[in-house]
Ligand binder design. Structure first.
Ligand SMILES: *[C@@H]1O[C@H](CO)[C@@H](O)[C@H](O)[C@H]1NC(C)=O
Length: 217
């Protein structure tokens, strides 16, 4: 009796570990996002399978370079559930990232996705910062053909040190990875965080905080 109970407990432990290690399995072939549905669920409600068309699974755009004429000198072209309704419930998406010389994809977080990135053109200095052990920078210069992993929810960046444009393609483990850009979030929130809070957090005076906030508003 006791040994059967132990076996049952062991089985339960294995089963629950399996459930935590991966995305939930699909219960159908696909669930193409019905953006018109008023039903609120985690993701989107499914289009009627009869109404699904091939275009629901296609994004034609990664042949076009993003416009890097901006302060950061970088541009992200996303192919997630917003562009590709067929990605709904699939737990995956992609992005093309373009960099002008000295272009930066600034420190940011994807709250829902691990990212795997490969360099198609040029070179990139990339990295992420750990949470435990505290704040270790793990970084590397990548050249064409290299692949790098940014673990889910960690602060990470890509910077083009080079004198040529750089292009990367990223895969992300969510249909809707989300992006929280650290500087914009902290210094450009609406309404603004008070400079009392930011001066203390960053250990600088309030004038410095006000000046930085002005760059984001
Ligand atoms: C790129 O963006 C800049 C700044 O917004 C704009 O002036 C320019 O026309 C854009 N270029 C193209 C090719 O869209």
């Amino acid at each position: 009796m006791a040994s059967r109970l132990l076996m049952l407990l062991a089985l339960l432990a294995v089963a629950s570990r399996g459930a935590m290690a991966s995305d939930p399995s699909l219960l159908q072939d696909f669930c193409v996002a019905d953006k018109m549905s008023k039903v609120n669920v985690n993701g989107f409600a499914c289009k009627d399978a009869e109404d699904v068309v091939v275009e629901d699974f296609v994004f034609s755009g990664f042949h076009i370079a993003g416009n890097t004429s901006n302060k950061q000198g970088s541009a992200v072209t996303a192919a997630n559930v917003a562009q590709v309704p067929g990605l709904n419930t699939m737990g995956i998406s992609m992005a093309r990232i373009d960099f002008a010389p000295k272009g930066l994809n600034p420190p940011h977080i994807h709250p829902r996705a691990t990212e795997i990135l490969t360099v198609l053109e040029g070179s990139l200095y990339v990295g992420f910062i750990t949470s435990i052990p505290g704040s270790r920078l793990i970084s590397k210069v990548l050249t064409k053909g290299d692949v790098f992993v940014f673990p889910k929810a960690l602060v990470h960046f890509q910077f083009n040190y080079g004198t040529e444009n750089a292009v990367a393609i990223a895969g992300l483990s969510s249909q809707n990875p989300g992006v929280i850009t650290v500087a914009n979030t902290v210094f450009g929130s609406n309404p603004s965080l008070s400079d009392d809070i930011l001066a203390k957090a960053f250990q600088v005076d309030k004038n410095t905080v006000d000046w930085i906030q002005a760059q984001f508003n």
